[in-house]
Design a protein around this ligand. Structure first.
Ligand code: KIV
Ligand code: ZN
Length: 504
Protein backbone atom coordinates (compact mmCIF):
# COMPACT_ATOMS: atom_id res chain seq x y z
CA UNK A 1 0.00 0.00 0.00
CA UNK A 2 1.37 3.43 -0.96
CA UNK A 3 1.58 6.16 1.70
CA UNK A 4 -0.85 8.76 0.34
CA UNK A 5 0.52 11.50 2.57
CA UNK A 6 4.09 11.34 1.32
CA UNK A 7 4.79 13.08 -2.01
CA UNK A 8 7.80 11.77 -3.91
CA UNK A 9 9.85 14.24 -5.91
CA UNK A 10 11.03 12.80 -9.23
CA UNK A 11 13.65 15.03 -10.82
CA UNK A 12 14.01 14.89 -14.61
CA UNK A 13 16.47 17.78 -15.09
CA UNK A 14 18.98 15.38 -16.64
CA UNK A 15 16.45 13.87 -19.07
CA UNK A 16 13.53 16.17 -19.95
CA UNK A 17 15.53 19.21 -18.79
CA UNK A 18 18.47 18.27 -20.93
CA UNK A 19 16.10 18.08 -23.92
CA UNK A 20 15.86 21.91 -23.84
CA UNK A 21 17.42 23.27 -27.02
CA UNK A 22 21.02 24.28 -26.27
CA UNK A 23 21.16 22.63 -22.82
CA UNK A 24 23.45 19.74 -23.65
CA UNK A 25 25.56 18.69 -20.67
CA UNK A 26 28.65 16.50 -20.70
CA UNK A 27 29.07 13.42 -18.50
CA UNK A 28 31.00 15.16 -15.70
CA UNK A 29 28.49 17.98 -15.57
CA UNK A 30 25.64 15.47 -15.29
CA UNK A 31 27.41 13.72 -12.40
CA UNK A 32 27.86 17.05 -10.63
CA UNK A 33 24.16 17.86 -10.99
CA UNK A 34 23.12 14.35 -9.91
CA UNK A 35 25.24 14.71 -6.75
CA UNK A 36 23.54 17.99 -5.94
CA UNK A 37 20.13 16.33 -6.50
CA UNK A 38 21.16 13.68 -3.99
CA UNK A 39 22.10 16.43 -1.49
CA UNK A 40 18.69 17.94 -2.14
CA UNK A 41 17.29 14.49 -1.27
CA UNK A 42 15.02 14.02 -4.27
CA UNK A 43 13.36 10.59 -4.30
CA UNK A 44 14.12 9.73 -7.93
CA UNK A 45 16.66 11.03 -10.44
CA UNK A 46 15.75 10.39 -14.05
CA UNK A 47 19.33 10.31 -15.30
CA UNK A 48 18.72 10.11 -19.05
CA UNK A 49 17.44 8.18 -22.05
CA UNK A 50 20.07 5.43 -22.43
CA UNK A 51 19.11 4.30 -25.96
CA UNK A 52 19.33 7.88 -27.27
CA UNK A 53 23.13 7.92 -27.62
CA UNK A 54 26.26 6.23 -26.24
CA UNK A 55 26.94 9.44 -24.27
CA UNK A 56 23.52 9.27 -22.60
CA UNK A 57 24.03 5.59 -21.80
CA UNK A 58 27.42 6.19 -20.16
CA UNK A 59 26.14 9.13 -18.12
CA UNK A 60 23.18 7.13 -16.76
CA UNK A 61 25.49 4.22 -15.94
CA UNK A 62 27.94 6.46 -14.08
CA UNK A 63 25.19 8.18 -12.13
CA UNK A 64 23.73 4.76 -11.19
CA UNK A 65 27.18 3.70 -9.95
CA UNK A 66 28.29 6.87 -8.21
CA UNK A 67 25.20 8.63 -6.86
CA UNK A 68 23.66 7.04 -3.81
CA UNK A 69 20.37 7.80 -2.08
CA UNK A 70 17.73 8.50 -4.72
CA UNK A 71 16.36 5.82 -7.07
CA UNK A 72 17.95 6.13 -10.53
CA UNK A 73 15.59 5.89 -13.49
CA UNK A 74 16.36 5.43 -17.18
CA UNK A 75 13.80 6.24 -19.88
CA UNK A 76 12.81 3.71 -22.55
CA UNK A 77 10.17 3.63 -25.27
CA UNK A 78 7.84 0.65 -24.94
CA UNK A 79 10.23 -1.53 -26.89
CA UNK A 80 12.41 -4.44 -25.85
CA UNK A 81 15.66 -2.95 -27.16
CA UNK A 82 15.12 0.37 -25.33
CA UNK A 83 14.20 -1.39 -22.11
CA UNK A 84 17.25 -3.68 -22.23
CA UNK A 85 19.50 -0.69 -22.80
CA UNK A 86 17.87 1.28 -19.96
CA UNK A 87 18.32 -1.63 -17.56
CA UNK A 88 21.96 -2.13 -18.63
CA UNK A 89 22.58 1.45 -17.46
CA UNK A 90 20.49 1.67 -14.27
CA UNK A 91 21.28 -1.79 -12.91
CA UNK A 92 24.33 -0.42 -11.08
CA UNK A 93 22.12 1.60 -8.75
CA UNK A 94 20.98 0.23 -5.39
CA UNK A 95 17.53 1.42 -6.45
CA UNK A 96 17.16 1.03 -10.23
CA UNK A 97 13.97 2.02 -12.05
CA UNK A 98 12.93 1.47 -15.67
CA UNK A 99 10.61 4.17 -16.99
CA UNK A 100 8.81 3.08 -20.14
CA UNK A 101 6.26 5.04 -22.14
CA UNK A 102 3.91 4.97 -25.09
CA UNK A 103 1.50 7.61 -26.41
CA UNK A 104 -2.21 7.26 -25.66
CA UNK A 105 -3.91 10.30 -27.22
CA UNK A 106 -5.90 9.75 -30.44
CA UNK A 107 -3.66 12.11 -32.42
CA UNK A 108 -0.43 10.43 -31.25
CA UNK A 109 -1.71 6.86 -31.66
CA UNK A 110 -3.10 7.48 -35.12
CA UNK A 111 -0.69 9.99 -36.64
CA UNK A 112 2.59 9.24 -34.88
CA UNK A 113 2.46 5.56 -34.02
CA UNK A 114 -0.02 4.29 -36.63
CA UNK A 115 -1.44 1.91 -34.02
CA UNK A 116 -4.98 1.14 -32.86
CA UNK A 117 -5.82 1.67 -29.16
CA UNK A 118 -5.83 -2.12 -28.63
CA UNK A 119 -2.38 -2.43 -30.19
CA UNK A 120 -1.11 0.34 -27.90
CA UNK A 121 -2.40 -1.51 -24.83
CA UNK A 122 -0.81 -4.73 -26.05
CA UNK A 123 2.57 -3.04 -26.61
CA UNK A 124 2.41 -1.29 -23.23
CA UNK A 125 1.63 -4.51 -21.38
CA UNK A 126 4.39 -6.42 -23.15
CA UNK A 127 6.87 -3.65 -22.38
CA UNK A 128 5.97 -3.49 -18.69
CA UNK A 129 6.11 -7.30 -18.35
CA UNK A 130 9.52 -7.35 -19.96
CA UNK A 131 10.80 -4.47 -17.80
CA UNK A 132 9.45 -6.23 -14.72
CA UNK A 133 11.40 -9.37 -15.63
CA UNK A 134 14.58 -7.25 -15.28
CA UNK A 135 13.78 -4.75 -12.57
CA UNK A 136 11.32 -4.61 -9.71
CA UNK A 137 10.59 -0.89 -9.99
CA UNK A 138 8.81 -0.09 -13.27
CA UNK A 139 7.17 3.20 -14.15
CA UNK A 140 4.73 3.41 -17.04
CA UNK A 141 3.86 6.73 -18.73
CA UNK A 142 0.89 7.37 -21.01
CA UNK A 143 2.41 10.06 -23.20
CA UNK A 144 0.03 12.95 -23.97
CA UNK A 145 -2.36 11.71 -21.27
CA UNK A 146 -3.65 15.28 -20.99
CA UNK A 147 -5.28 14.90 -24.41
CA UNK A 148 -6.20 11.22 -24.04
CA UNK A 149 -9.65 9.73 -23.47
CA UNK A 150 -9.91 9.17 -19.68
CA UNK A 151 -11.76 5.85 -20.23
CA UNK A 152 -8.88 4.65 -22.36
CA UNK A 153 -6.41 5.71 -19.69
CA UNK A 154 -8.32 3.75 -17.01
CA UNK A 155 -8.07 0.68 -19.22
CA UNK A 156 -4.38 0.92 -20.09
CA UNK A 157 -3.34 1.81 -16.52
CA UNK A 158 -5.37 -1.15 -15.15
CA UNK A 159 -3.57 -3.47 -17.57
CA UNK A 160 -0.05 -2.19 -16.91
CA UNK A 161 -0.58 -2.45 -13.15
CA UNK A 162 -1.58 -6.10 -13.66
CA UNK A 163 1.61 -6.50 -15.70
CA UNK A 164 3.73 -5.23 -12.79
CA UNK A 165 4.00 -1.42 -13.00
CA UNK A 166 4.79 0.22 -9.65
CA UNK A 167 4.19 3.80 -10.82
CA UNK A 168 1.68 5.10 -13.37
CA UNK A 169 2.58 8.49 -14.77
CA UNK A 170 0.13 10.99 -16.26
CA UNK A 171 2.00 13.46 -18.47
CA UNK A 172 0.44 16.62 -19.79
CA UNK A 173 3.01 16.36 -22.55
CA UNK A 174 2.01 19.50 -24.45
CA UNK A 175 0.97 21.63 -21.46
CA UNK A 176 -2.62 21.84 -22.66
CA UNK A 177 -4.79 21.12 -19.63
CA UNK A 178 -6.18 23.52 -17.02
CA UNK A 179 -5.74 22.85 -13.28
CA UNK A 180 -9.35 21.80 -12.64
CA UNK A 181 -9.39 19.51 -15.64
CA UNK A 182 -6.07 17.95 -14.75
CA UNK A 183 -7.13 17.48 -11.13
CA UNK A 184 -10.33 15.78 -12.31
CA UNK A 185 -8.29 13.50 -14.57
CA UNK A 186 -6.17 12.34 -11.63
CA UNK A 187 -9.27 11.89 -9.47
CA UNK A 188 -10.86 9.79 -12.23
CA UNK A 189 -7.74 7.62 -12.41
CA UNK A 190 -7.71 7.17 -8.64
CA UNK A 191 -11.37 6.13 -8.66
CA UNK A 192 -11.51 3.96 -11.78
CA UNK A 193 -8.21 2.13 -12.21
CA UNK A 194 -8.03 -1.34 -10.69
CA UNK A 195 -5.10 -1.88 -8.34
CA UNK A 196 -4.27 1.84 -8.24
CA UNK A 197 -4.08 1.81 -4.42
CA UNK A 198 -0.89 -0.27 -4.69
CA UNK A 199 1.02 2.06 -7.01
CA UNK A 200 2.13 5.68 -7.10
CA UNK A 201 0.12 7.98 -9.32
CA UNK A 202 2.60 10.40 -10.85
CA UNK A 203 2.09 13.73 -12.62
CA UNK A 204 4.39 15.20 -15.27
CA UNK A 205 3.31 18.63 -16.51
CA UNK A 206 4.75 20.85 -19.20
CA UNK A 207 4.56 24.61 -19.08
CA UNK A 208 3.34 25.66 -22.53
CA UNK A 209 0.53 27.75 -21.04
CA UNK A 210 2.42 28.60 -17.84
CA UNK A 211 0.37 26.12 -15.79
CA UNK A 212 2.84 23.32 -15.09
CA UNK A 213 3.17 24.03 -11.36
CA UNK A 214 -0.57 24.69 -10.90
CA UNK A 215 -1.50 21.51 -12.77
CA UNK A 216 0.99 19.38 -10.82
CA UNK A 217 -0.37 20.69 -7.52
CA UNK A 218 -3.95 20.07 -8.68
CA UNK A 219 -2.78 16.50 -9.28
CA UNK A 220 -1.45 16.28 -5.72
CA UNK A 221 -4.75 17.55 -4.32
CA UNK A 222 -6.50 14.77 -6.19
CA UNK A 223 -4.34 11.83 -5.19
CA UNK A 224 -1.01 12.00 -7.04
CA UNK A 225 1.89 10.80 -4.84
CA UNK A 226 4.75 11.57 -7.23
CA UNK A 227 5.55 14.83 -9.02
CA UNK A 228 7.96 14.97 -11.95
CA UNK A 229 9.77 18.27 -12.29
CA UNK A 230 13.07 19.96 -13.12
CA UNK A 231 15.40 22.48 -11.49
CA UNK A 232 14.56 25.99 -12.73
CA UNK A 233 11.72 24.43 -14.74
CA UNK A 234 13.95 23.73 -17.74
CA UNK A 235 12.73 21.24 -20.32
CA UNK A 236 11.22 20.71 -23.77
CA UNK A 237 9.84 23.95 -25.28
CA UNK A 238 8.49 26.10 -22.40
CA UNK A 239 9.84 23.60 -19.91
CA UNK A 240 8.57 21.32 -17.16
CA UNK A 241 7.07 22.04 -13.76
CA UNK A 242 9.73 23.73 -11.67
CA UNK A 243 10.98 21.61 -8.77
CA UNK A 244 11.63 24.54 -6.44
CA UNK A 245 8.09 25.88 -6.98
CA UNK A 246 6.46 22.50 -6.32
CA UNK A 247 8.55 21.91 -3.22
CA UNK A 248 8.08 25.36 -1.69
CA UNK A 249 4.32 25.26 -2.31
CA UNK A 250 4.13 21.96 -0.45
CA UNK A 251 6.31 23.31 2.38
CA UNK A 252 5.00 26.88 2.70
CA UNK A 253 1.36 25.78 2.40
CA UNK A 254 1.60 22.57 4.36
CA UNK A 255 -1.50 23.77 6.18
CA UNK A 256 -3.33 23.52 2.84
CA UNK A 257 -1.80 20.44 1.18
CA UNK A 258 -1.20 18.39 4.35
CA UNK A 259 1.56 16.34 2.69
CA UNK A 260 5.06 15.29 3.70
CA UNK A 261 8.13 15.52 1.47
CA UNK A 262 11.75 14.47 2.02
CA UNK A 263 13.52 17.45 0.41
CA UNK A 264 16.29 19.48 2.09
CA UNK A 265 15.02 22.88 0.96
CA UNK A 266 18.28 24.66 1.86
CA UNK A 267 19.83 22.96 -1.17
CA UNK A 268 17.34 24.51 -3.63
CA UNK A 269 19.24 27.70 -4.37
CA UNK A 270 22.64 25.95 -4.77
CA UNK A 271 20.92 23.46 -7.14
CA UNK A 272 19.40 26.27 -9.17
CA UNK A 273 22.74 28.09 -9.49
CA UNK A 274 24.56 24.92 -10.48
CA UNK A 275 22.06 24.00 -13.20
CA UNK A 276 22.05 27.56 -14.51
CA UNK A 277 25.84 27.69 -14.65
CA UNK A 278 26.30 24.32 -16.28
CA UNK A 279 23.50 24.63 -18.86
CA UNK A 280 24.22 28.30 -19.54
CA UNK A 281 20.51 29.09 -19.00
CA UNK A 282 20.06 32.33 -17.14
CA UNK A 283 17.39 32.33 -14.40
CA UNK A 284 15.03 35.28 -14.82
CA UNK A 285 15.43 37.74 -11.90
CA UNK A 286 11.75 37.54 -10.93
CA UNK A 287 11.66 33.70 -11.01
CA UNK A 288 9.76 32.38 -7.99
CA UNK A 289 11.93 30.95 -5.18
CA UNK A 290 15.35 31.16 -6.90
CA UNK A 291 15.34 34.39 -8.96
CA UNK A 292 17.80 37.11 -7.88
CA UNK A 293 14.87 39.31 -6.81
CA UNK A 294 12.82 36.58 -5.11
CA UNK A 295 13.64 38.05 -1.70
CA UNK A 296 14.40 41.66 -2.65
CA UNK A 297 12.09 44.36 -1.33
CA UNK A 298 12.21 47.56 -3.34
CA UNK A 299 9.16 49.64 -2.41
CA UNK A 300 9.64 51.89 0.62
CA UNK A 301 6.46 50.64 2.30
CA UNK A 302 7.64 47.05 1.89
CA UNK A 303 11.12 47.82 3.20
CA UNK A 304 9.62 49.56 6.19
CA UNK A 305 7.39 46.55 6.89
CA UNK A 306 10.23 44.05 6.53
CA UNK A 307 12.43 46.04 8.92
CA UNK A 308 9.63 45.99 11.51
CA UNK A 309 8.77 42.35 11.02
CA UNK A 310 9.96 40.19 8.08
CA UNK A 311 6.70 38.28 8.03
CA UNK A 312 4.87 41.36 6.73
CA UNK A 313 6.13 40.67 3.22
CA UNK A 314 8.03 37.37 3.40
CA UNK A 315 6.06 34.12 3.26
CA UNK A 316 9.26 32.06 3.47
CA UNK A 317 12.77 32.97 4.54
CA UNK A 318 15.70 33.23 2.13
CA UNK A 319 17.67 30.90 4.44
CA UNK A 320 15.03 28.18 4.07
CA UNK A 321 15.84 27.85 0.35
CA UNK A 322 19.60 28.33 0.78
CA UNK A 323 19.60 31.87 -0.57
CA UNK A 324 22.90 33.49 0.50
CA UNK A 325 22.04 35.98 3.21
CA UNK A 326 24.63 38.71 2.85
CA UNK A 327 25.92 39.53 -0.58
CA UNK A 328 29.22 40.98 0.58
CA UNK A 329 31.77 38.25 0.71
CA UNK A 330 35.33 39.28 1.23
CA UNK A 331 37.86 41.91 0.31
CA UNK A 332 41.50 42.15 -0.60
CA UNK A 333 42.67 41.60 2.98
CA UNK A 334 40.56 38.55 3.70
CA UNK A 335 42.46 35.39 4.45
CA UNK A 336 42.28 31.81 3.31
CA UNK A 337 40.31 30.67 6.33
CA UNK A 338 37.61 33.31 5.87
CA UNK A 339 37.30 32.27 2.24
CA UNK A 340 36.98 28.62 3.23
CA UNK A 341 34.22 29.41 5.74
CA UNK A 342 32.28 31.54 3.25
CA UNK A 343 32.48 28.85 0.58
CA UNK A 344 31.25 26.28 3.08
CA UNK A 345 28.25 28.44 3.88
CA UNK A 346 27.49 28.49 0.16
CA UNK A 347 27.47 24.69 0.07
CA UNK A 348 30.99 24.05 -1.33
CA UNK A 349 33.19 21.83 0.81
CA UNK A 350 36.56 22.11 -0.93
CA UNK A 351 39.74 20.08 -0.59
CA UNK A 352 42.95 21.88 0.35
CA UNK A 353 44.18 21.77 -3.19
CA UNK A 354 40.94 23.22 -4.57
CA UNK A 355 40.95 25.91 -1.91
CA UNK A 356 44.48 26.97 -2.89
CA UNK A 357 43.38 27.33 -6.48
CA UNK A 358 40.32 29.36 -5.62
CA UNK A 359 42.26 31.47 -3.14
CA UNK A 360 44.80 32.59 -5.71
CA UNK A 361 42.03 33.45 -8.22
CA UNK A 362 40.20 35.30 -5.45
CA UNK A 363 43.30 37.38 -4.66
CA UNK A 364 43.78 38.27 -8.33
CA UNK A 365 40.17 39.41 -8.54
CA UNK A 366 40.31 41.29 -5.24
CA UNK A 367 43.15 43.33 -6.72
CA UNK A 368 40.89 44.42 -9.58
CA UNK A 369 37.65 44.72 -7.63
CA UNK A 370 37.02 46.24 -4.22
CA UNK A 371 34.48 43.72 -3.02
CA UNK A 372 34.27 40.10 -4.02
CA UNK A 373 30.64 38.99 -3.89
CA UNK A 374 28.93 35.61 -3.80
CA UNK A 375 28.32 35.72 -7.53
CA UNK A 376 32.01 36.44 -8.21
CA UNK A 377 33.01 33.42 -6.16
CA UNK A 378 30.52 31.24 -8.00
CA UNK A 379 31.95 32.36 -11.32
CA UNK A 380 35.48 31.42 -10.17
CA UNK A 381 34.23 28.06 -8.91
CA UNK A 382 32.58 27.34 -12.24
CA UNK A 383 35.79 28.03 -14.07
CA UNK A 384 38.15 26.23 -11.72
CA UNK A 385 36.34 23.44 -9.90
CA UNK A 386 33.14 22.40 -11.63
CA UNK A 387 33.67 19.96 -14.47
CA UNK A 388 35.19 21.62 -17.45
CA UNK A 389 34.37 21.02 -21.06
CA UNK A 390 37.57 19.53 -22.54
CA UNK A 391 39.33 22.44 -24.17
CA UNK A 392 40.12 21.91 -27.80
CA UNK A 393 40.60 25.66 -28.04
CA UNK A 394 41.56 28.26 -25.47
CA UNK A 395 42.01 32.00 -25.76
CA UNK A 396 45.64 33.05 -25.42
CA UNK A 397 45.54 36.68 -26.36
CA UNK A 398 43.27 39.24 -28.00
CA UNK A 399 43.37 42.87 -28.97
CA UNK A 400 40.57 45.05 -30.29
CA UNK A 401 40.78 48.45 -31.89
CA UNK A 402 37.48 50.24 -31.93
CA UNK A 403 35.92 53.69 -31.74
CA UNK A 404 33.24 55.88 -33.28
CA UNK A 405 35.39 56.79 -36.32
CA UNK A 406 37.25 53.53 -36.98
CA UNK A 407 36.19 50.14 -38.25
CA UNK A 408 36.51 47.71 -35.34
CA UNK A 409 39.35 45.23 -35.82
CA UNK A 410 40.12 42.21 -33.63
CA UNK A 411 43.39 40.29 -33.57
CA UNK A 412 43.64 37.12 -31.56
CA UNK A 413 45.59 34.02 -30.79
CA UNK A 414 44.00 30.73 -29.86
CA UNK A 415 45.86 27.72 -28.50
CA UNK A 416 45.00 24.23 -29.72
CA UNK A 417 46.82 20.92 -29.52
CA UNK A 418 48.98 21.58 -32.59
CA UNK A 419 50.10 25.01 -31.47
CA UNK A 420 48.89 28.56 -31.80
CA UNK A 421 46.38 29.86 -34.32
CA UNK A 422 46.49 33.55 -35.12
CA UNK A 423 44.29 35.81 -37.28
CA UNK A 424 42.40 39.08 -37.44
CA UNK A 425 39.07 40.34 -38.68
CA UNK A 426 36.99 43.46 -38.96
CA UNK A 427 33.40 43.51 -37.73
CA UNK A 428 30.31 45.64 -37.10
CA UNK A 429 31.44 46.16 -33.54
CA UNK A 430 34.24 44.90 -31.29
CA UNK A 431 32.39 41.73 -30.26
CA UNK A 432 31.42 40.94 -33.84
CA UNK A 433 35.05 41.45 -34.92
CA UNK A 434 36.26 39.02 -32.24
CA UNK A 435 33.67 36.39 -33.23
CA UNK A 436 34.61 36.71 -36.90
CA UNK A 437 38.30 36.37 -36.03
CA UNK A 438 37.54 33.19 -34.06
CA UNK A 439 35.59 31.85 -37.03
CA UNK A 440 38.57 32.56 -39.28
CA UNK A 441 41.14 30.84 -37.10
CA UNK A 442 39.05 27.76 -36.27
CA UNK A 443 37.35 27.41 -39.66
CA UNK A 444 34.09 26.45 -37.88
CA UNK A 445 30.97 28.04 -39.31
CA UNK A 446 28.58 28.91 -36.51
CA UNK A 447 25.43 31.02 -36.30
CA UNK A 448 25.01 33.11 -33.17
CA UNK A 449 21.39 32.53 -32.07
CA UNK A 450 21.45 34.04 -28.61
CA UNK A 451 23.74 36.47 -26.78
CA UNK A 452 23.17 37.79 -23.27
CA UNK A 453 25.56 39.91 -21.29
CA UNK A 454 25.07 40.76 -17.67
CA UNK A 455 27.05 42.21 -14.83
CA UNK A 456 27.54 39.46 -12.26
CA UNK A 457 27.21 42.01 -9.49
CA UNK A 458 25.83 45.53 -9.36
CA UNK A 459 28.92 47.70 -8.96
CA UNK A 460 30.91 49.68 -11.54
CA UNK A 461 33.85 47.27 -11.28
CA UNK A 462 31.58 44.23 -11.76
CA UNK A 463 32.66 41.23 -13.81
CA UNK A 464 30.73 40.71 -17.05
CA UNK A 465 29.20 37.32 -17.75
CA UNK A 466 28.32 36.39 -21.31
CA UNK A 467 25.95 33.52 -22.12
CA UNK A 468 25.43 32.68 -25.75
CA UNK A 469 24.21 29.99 -28.08
CA UNK A 470 25.75 28.90 -31.35
CA UNK A 471 24.08 26.81 -33.99
CA UNK A 472 26.55 24.50 -35.69
CA UNK A 473 25.41 21.93 -38.26
CA UNK A 474 21.79 22.34 -37.12
CA UNK A 475 22.50 21.75 -33.41
CA UNK A 476 22.61 24.24 -30.60
CA UNK A 477 25.58 24.69 -28.22
CA UNK A 478 25.64 27.02 -25.25
CA UNK A 479 28.72 28.78 -23.93
CA UNK A 480 29.63 30.98 -21.00
CA UNK A 481 32.50 33.32 -20.28
CA UNK A 482 33.37 35.60 -17.38
CA UNK A 483 35.83 38.45 -17.19
CA UNK A 484 36.16 42.01 -15.94
CA UNK A 485 36.51 42.80 -19.67
CA UNK A 486 33.27 42.16 -21.57
CA UNK A 487 34.98 41.55 -24.93
CA UNK A 488 37.16 38.90 -23.31
CA UNK A 489 34.07 37.38 -21.65
CA UNK A 490 32.40 37.25 -25.09
CA UNK A 491 35.41 35.57 -26.70
CA UNK A 492 35.61 33.01 -23.88
CA UNK A 493 31.89 32.23 -24.16
CA UNK A 494 32.17 31.72 -27.92
CA UNK A 495 35.17 29.40 -27.50
CA UNK A 496 33.38 27.54 -24.68
CA UNK A 497 30.46 26.80 -27.04
CA UNK A 498 32.87 25.62 -29.77
CA UNK A 499 34.52 23.29 -27.25
CA UNK A 500 31.10 21.81 -26.41
CA UNK A 501 30.61 21.07 -30.10
CA UNK A 502 33.66 18.82 -29.99
CA UNK A 503 32.42 16.93 -26.92
CA UNK A 504 29.25 15.74 -28.64
O1 KIV B 1 6.28 14.81 -21.57
C1 KIV B 1 6.22 13.58 -21.66
O2 KIV B 1 5.24 12.97 -22.08
C2 KIV B 1 7.42 12.83 -21.27
C3 KIV B 1 7.26 11.35 -21.12
C4 KIV B 1 8.34 10.60 -21.78
C5 KIV B 1 7.13 11.02 -19.67
O3 KIV B 1 8.45 13.41 -21.02
ZN1 ZN C 1 8.06 15.56 -20.60
Amino acid sequence: MVDKNRIKIFDTTLRDGEQSPGASLNEDEKIEIAKQLARLKVDVIEAGFPIASPGDFEAVKRIAREVKGPAIAGLARARKIDIERAYEAVKYSDRPRIHTFIATSPIHMERKLGLTPDQVIEQAVEAVKFAKSLCNDVEFSAEDAGRSDPEFLYKIFTEVIKAGATVINVPDTVGYTQPEEFGALIRGIRENVEGVENVDISVHCHNDLGLATANSLAGVLNGATQVECTINGIGERAGNASLEEIVMNLVTRKDYFQKEIGIDTTQLYPASRLVSRLTGFVVQPNKAIVGANAFAHEAGIHQDGVIKDKRTYEIMTPESVGFPGTKLVLGKHSGRHALYERLKELGYDLTNEQLNLIFSRFKELADKKKEVLVEDLEAILTEEILPKVPEKYSLEYFQVVTGSTTIPVATLEIAEENGLLRDASIGNGPVDAVFKAIERVTGIKARLTNYVIKAITGSKDAQGEVSLELEIEGKSYSGKGVSTDIIEASAKAYINALNRYFVK
